[in-house]
Write a protein that binds this ligand. Structure first.
Ligand code: RTP
Ligand code: MG
Length: 140
């Protein structure tokens, strides 16, 4: 089975606003992930809409775009063996009320929407999402 060793993440506006950026980066590094690329930025409605285009027909799409543009985020490409699956284990379920104890969403998220962090759901999307934010010159 072919597995890539990279995933893409964003620390979402709620977590940045509430001062959890450092603690979340600590958890990511302690979890064995290496940072390949990272930036502090803010999504426009256009970039957030494009990033979440797969959810365009979902009832929460408009609110998701509002939320994701509400403040700065930290975007990063991360490396670890079996990164996509390992990272989704580290962050926990979409709904923090259902996220296992000790996961990032369990510790730092408040609601299903303001859920602190994003993690790619497949190797293919990890590649697409990383390329959306970073050029080759920004990866180390
Ligand atoms: P993510 O993409 O952010 O890592 O989250 P996920 O895979 O666990 O969840 P996904 O189904 O991809 O949904 C993307 C984001 O949309 C928001 N959401 N809101 N109001 C709702 O019912 C609802 N459902 C999803 C969340 O912010 C979720 O992370
Ligand atoms: Mg997702």
């Amino acid at each position: 089975m072919a597995t890539t060793n990279k995933t893409f993440t964003m620390i979402k506006p709620d977590a940045v606003r509430n001062g959890h950026t450092g603690a979340i980066l600590n958890d990511i590094i302690a979890g064995g992930f290496k940072i390949v690329a990272m930036k502090y930025t803010r999504l426009s409605r256009e970039t957030a809409g494009a990033f979440y285009a797969v959810h365009k027909e979902r009832p929460f799409y408009g609110e998701l775009v509002d939320f994701m543009t509400s403040g700065p985020i930290v975007a990063a490409i991360l490396e670890k063996e079996n990164a996509v699956e390992e990272f989704r284990k580290l962050i926990g379920a979409t709904d923090p009320a259902k996220a296992d104890a000790g996961t990032i969403r369990n510790k730092y998220a408040k609601s299903i929407e303001a859920n602190a962090i994003h993690g790619s759901d497949s190797d293919e999307n990890a590649e697409i999402e990383g390329n959306f934010f970073f050029s080759q010159l920004e990866r180390f």
